[in-house]
Ligand binder design. Structure first.
Ligand code: SF4
Length: 352
């Protein structure tokens, strides 16, 4: 039950609207479902004639938990009940800034035909660099980030990958995405320097047999990825496996799960996602800033909305990587604004 505090010229310096105006508002808004937009007629007249009514309406909304969305001409829009903060509706681990993604580099030993960031051996390295990774890891702790995720390109191409990973695991639990094909020689030595207690390796593998995986990633890549999973596990690391599948096949994954079982990958460490229409992919799910829940992603060129769009201008949030807290705030603010726009569009576009 809402208690209305009458606003009178005697009690305040605000002029009053015509008698009955507020009673009509209460009746209209009181009938509307929660979160609906209600068009409230304002008294006849122009400019200063309607100002007292708008001011009364604003004050009434403030006191009663409703929202004055706009007023124009002789109509005001009132939302019945204040809109919830979209961030409050997200599961805690989905709140932007809970995880921080860093693109260590963009070059790769593979050239997969659906790579969302167009990586290949010819792609420019565009390395984030040890200094920026260290600073980001340290600022992430202060910004309340709970997990760091390193990705590329192929991070094991970097000669200083062990140092980069060390900066991250010193700060927070870290996941390193890799195609798992380079665990030999000095790169295997680099792997052995990493903190097994704080680092998870996420290795890409698309199918239970070589055919599908190799068709997109190159001949022999499946064998080497499977060998990489075995090596990483033998070295004592937690290994997650991530598969990219065409959307129509994401439900046909039974044999794949059975195969991952034989590799000793627990159910919770299997990531199966649909192909995104990004980068060099010719088909896949269309992902936009309006539809994606953001994952704050830093590259050498700026902060992006999501790792899947980390070299696409439409997903650039800011060129300023530091301070990280500001970039995270910007992503959160923008997310709330997109959700508000979507709500408003839904309210404003009845077709019948
Ligand atoms: S999908 Fe991964 S492994 Fe393939 S080219 Fe892109 S970064 Fe490299």
């Amino acid at each position: 039950m809402v208690t209305i505090q009458p606003v009178t010229a005697a009690a305040t310096s605000h002029p009053t609207p015509p008698a009955g105006f507020l009673l009509d508002v209460i009746e209209q808004v009181g009938r509307a479902p929660r979160h609906a937009l209600v068009a409230v007629p304002l008294p006849p007249g122009h400019g200063h004639d309607v100002e007292p009514a708008v001011e009364t309406l604003r004050r009434w909304c403030e006191r009663t938990g409703n929202e004055l969305v706009s007023s124009s001409g002789n109509v005001a829009q009132v939302r019945c009940g204040r809109r919830r903060d979209p961030l409050a509706d997200l599961a805690p681990d989905l709140v932007p800034g809970t995880r921080l993604w860093m693109y260590t580099n963009f070059d790769c030993n593979l050239a997969c035909d659906y790579c969302c960031v167009r990586s290949s051996p010819q792609t420019a390295r565009a390395a984030l660099g040890a200094d920026r990774v260290r600073q980001l890891a340290n600022e992430a702790v202060r910004a309340g980030v709970s997990e760091l995720i390193l990705t590329g390109g192929e991070p094991f191409l970097l000669h200083d990958i062990a140092d980069l990973v060390g900066s991250c695991t010193d700060a927070l639990p870290t996941t390193l995405l890799t195609n798992g094909m380079l665990f030999k020689g000095r790169r295997l030595e680099a792997l052995r320097q990493m903190d097994r207690a704080r680092l998870t390796l996420q290795i890409s593998l698309d199918s239970p047999t070589a055919e599908t995986h190799d068709a997109h990633r190159g001949q022999g890549s499946w064998d080497r990825a499977v060998a990489g999973i075995a090596t990483a596990k033998a070295e004592g690391f937690r290994v997650k496996v991530a598969a990219t599948l065409p959307y129509e096949l994401t439900h046909v994954v039974g044999p794949f799960h059975a195969f991952l079982e034989t590799l000793g990958i627990p159910l919770g460490d299997r990531v199966i996602r649909a192909l995104a229409h990004r980068g060099v992919a010719e088909q896949g799910v269309e992902l936009t800033v309006e539809t994606l829940i953001p994952e704050v992603t830093v590259t050498s060129t700026g902060v992006y909305w999501h790792p899947v769009g980390a070299e696409h201008a439409d997903q650039l949030v800011t060129r300023d990587i530091f301070p990280l807290q500001d970039a995270i705030s910007q992503v959160r603010t923008q997310f709330s604004a997109y959700r508000a726009d979507a709500d408003a569009a839904a309210q404003w576009f009845p077709c019948a």
